[in-house]
Design a protein around this ligand. Structure first.
Ligand code: FAD
Ligand code: SF4
Length: 472
């Protein structure tokens, strides 16, 4: 008899929009056992090819079926440093679950029947974290005098630091913000990734000997050259933190935010905990988020929660130029946003913001669109329909239309070669930049822009850095 997928428990939409607590509650032990029991333990496990870091999914699921959670955790840790994080944020529907043999052939994303690998990973990851399962010791005498500077404390920097620290190198992370975690802290809201999980991972890195120096902007308050002089090698995990804009009239009116600024105020600077925290953030009666990616979903879901917290009638819309099928956001986030009451206004292109007499945004002028043939991204291109102009009420707008590399460090260090997108160019095999002994990984070198991919690149760089240190 066909076994049905085990649905993960979630806080109901009307309850969860009242606060920023975690929405997905994860599997209990019996649920994890039941879901793991659905895995076919395929002779040719296609799921592994869908994981950007090649976790032995079949093996870790097998350990769960045997109630051997310790080895399930250790199997994942062979390839992935932060399973509790990835089990919560990985776009599994486009990765391992899509590649699972139980996904229908030709499906654009995972079928409902595909094994819920991400929730099983989260279960094993939380087990390892809650039980302080130690990793096999790897300290090597040859690294005891080596020192590595890691710039940036997002998933790439944290992963690289963890790997080299485990080998015995002295690792120092330099972070420009006052808190560590990169997008995991300032971008992804706590209702998707509770801060206790992130804090726990960072604390265990620190306990293992990794030093963290916050409030240091490399390229400004400290130069790369100084790091090269003080450390045996450097890793750059700078991310892509510069927001894109629409470049339309009225975009600099008051109450128009980039999604990065809005999310940073809400998440990193705890505006959602007002009045405990006094970070100002404008909460409107008609909040509009422009974009269709994860950033747009996160911004909209935060905006709606803030409206509810303020006692306003929830009225947050996502405006997107294409249809839902072309949205790059995770399917799960789209579903959650819809359940929570976010209004999806599709095939709409903003053309101008209109302000009131005090310079605050009050309306958004838009055009309706239709889809034409696919563009360079492979997605069908939106074309504005002539004469279809209309206006919508909008007293706070959040622009979530893409992110670019932050050039503070590369502008100050032209020896680090960049490409036309300002991303750092690396040797794809070693992740070494154009400067010997300086390596890079994560969003700063381009790619899919996912947490797991950033960590995969950092892991690859850490292997090259270890080789470099041995031969130095
Ligand atoms: P980042 O996480 O950007 O970290 C870079 C760090 O470097 C930052 O802390 C920055 O302050 C620091 N830094 C930069 N320049 C300097 C300097 N000169 N000196 C010192 N420090 C510096 N991916 C998923 O897989 N799943 C998701 O659900 C998901 N949701 C997302 C939601 C949002 C809102 C955003 C913005 C992205 C999301 N992503 C998601 C993408 C994912 O978060 C990124 O791909 C990932 O964080 C990249 O990691 P990174 O370490 O390269 O960079
Ligand atoms: Fe097979 Fe899917 Fe199990 Fe992987 S997760 S072993 S593809 S059934």
């Amino acid at each position: 008899m066909k076994k049905e997928p085990v649905k993960v428990k979630e806080v109901p939409a009307q309850a969860r929009i009242k606060d920023f607590s975690e929405v997905i509650l994860g599997y209990s032990e019996s649920e994890a056992l039941q879901e793991a029991g659905r895995c076919l333990q395929c002779k040719n496990p296609t799921c592994i090819s869908g994981c950007p870091v090649g976790i032995d999914i079949k093996r870790f699921i097998y350990h769960i079926t045997q109630k051997d959670y310790k080895n399930a955790y250790l199997t994942i840790r062979e390839k992935n440093n932060f399973p509790s994080i990835c089990g919560r944020v990985c776009p599994a529907e486009y990765q391992c679950r899509k590649a699972c043999v139980l996904t229908k052939k030709g499906s654009p994303y995972a079928s409902e029947q595909a094994i819920w690998i991400n929730f099983l990973e989260r279960f094993a990851g939380d087990y390892g974290m809650n039980n302080n399962i130690p990793l096999p010791a790897e300290k090597q005498e040859s690294f005891s005098k080596a020192s590595v500077a890691v710039v940036g404390s997002g998933p790439a920097g944290l992963c690289c630091a963890g790997e080299l620290g485990r080998l015995g190198a002295k690792v120092t992370i330099f972070e420009s913000l006052h808190k560590t975690g990169g997008v995991l802290r300032y971008g992804i809201p706590p209702f998707r990734l509770p801060r206790s999980i992130l804090d726990n991972e960072i604390e265990s890195l620190q306990k293992s000997g990794v030093e963290i120096k916050a409030n240091v902007i490399v390229g400004k308050t400290k130069l790369l050259k100084e790091l090269q002089d003080e450390y045996s090698s450097v890793f750059l995990g700078l991310g892509a933190g510069v927001p894109g804009f629409l470049k339309i009239p009225g975009e600099n009116l008051c109450n128009i935010y980039s999604a990065n600024e809005f999310l940073t105020r809400v998440n990193l600077m705890s505006a959602y905990k007002f009045p405990e925290f006094h970070t100002p953030v404008s909460i409107g009666r008609h909040m509009i988020v422009i974009g269709g990616g994860n950033t747009a979903m996160d911004a909209a879901r935060c905006a709606l929660r803030l409206q509810v917290g303020r006692g306003f009638k929830p009225d947050t819309s996502i405006l997107y130029r294409r249809t839902e099928a072309e949205m790059p956001a995770r399917r799960l986030e789209i579903e959650h946003a819809k359940e929570e009451g976010i209004n999806f206004q599709l095939l709409i292109q903003p053309v101008a913001f209109i302000g009131d007499e005090n310079g605050f945004v009050k309306k958004l002028k838009c055009l309706k669109c239709q889809l034409a043939e696919p563009d360079a991204s492979g997605r069908r291109r939106p074309v504005a329909i002539e004469g279809s102009e209309f206006e919508i009420d909008c007293d706070v707008a959040i622009i979530a239309v893409g992110l670019e590399a932050n050039q503070v460090l590369t502008r100050a260090t032209p020896e680090i070669k960049t490409d036309k997108y300002k991303d750092v160019i690396v040797d794809q095999q070693t992740m070494e930049t154009s400067v010997k002994g300086v390596f890079a990984g994560g969003d700063i070198v381009g790619g899919e822009g996912t947490v797991i991919e950033a960590m995969g690149m950092a892991k690859k760089a850490s292997v090259s850095i270890a080789d470099y240190l041995k031969n130095k």
